[in-house]
Design a binder for this molecule. Structure first.
Ligand code: HEC
Length: 175
């Protein structure tokens, strides 16, 4: 019995070690906090949406965002269509299921941004799962939908989207 217990304890320990090495993916996670998210007018516009790069690599993010043939967004990329939602790209290998994108649902006010929900495939808004819709983008678009990348369209006109973008409450602080 004693040696069986020993084997059991060893198995338990080794499985703990294995699960710890799985969470080594945390080392691929960039530091994203409320302050990471800015008023849309303070970041770069690309087509229908806005982009930033939290590692300072904005040119590389814009290269992909402005490309007519798509590409893989570099780590640090932040993409946002409307103030309350954003996607941030962690380091390669953070979460292969979402191409290393993390989805964010945000509360925004004149005081700034507060992260309401964040994560991978499990994050949802009122219309459903972020990933569920965004995974329909053709592979070369790296989960970015825009108007014609293969996702089912949102029931909003570009004019309506522009209206929401230009009424970002966080921008009030600039005036
Ligand atoms: C019902 C499907 C659907 C759901 C659910 C959804 N999105 Fe989207 N999202 C879209 C579509 C379609 C677009 C492109 C809209 C456009 O440009 O007209 C889009 C645009 C975006 C963009 C701008 C870049 C791009 O892909 O065009 C971001 C960032 C984004 N969504 C993040 C999120 C996040 C974060 C969530 C969850 C909290 C979410 N979305 C939930 C369908 C969805």
């Amino acid at each position: 019995m004693k040696s069986r217990l020993k084997v059991f304890v060893m198995l338990l320990l080794s499985s703990l070690i294995i699960s710890q090495s799985h969470s080594a993916d945390d080392s691929k996670q960039l530091n994203v906090t409320d302050d990471t998210f800015k008023c849309l007018a303070e970041i770069a516009a690309s087509g229908r949406f806005f982009v930033d790069n939290i590692l300072g690599n904005l040119d590389a993010t814009l290269d992909v965002a402005n490309s007519e043939s798509g590409g893989t967004y570099p780590p640090g990329s932040l993409v946002t269509l409307i103030p309350i939602e954003a996607m941030v790209k962690h380091e390669d290998g953070w979460n292969p299921a979402t191409n290393d994108w993390e989805f964010f649902l945000l509360d925004v006010s004149e005081e700034g941004t507060s992260i309401a929900a964040r994560g991978g495939v499990e994050v949802v808004n009122q219309a459903g799962s972020c990933f569920g819709c965004h995974q329909l983008a053709r592979p070369e678009w790296d989960l970015v939908c825009s108007a014609d990348h293969g996702c089912a369209p949102l029931p909003f006109t570009l004019e309506q989207i522009r209206g929401v973008q230009s009424s970002d409450p966080r921008c009030v602080r600039q005036n």
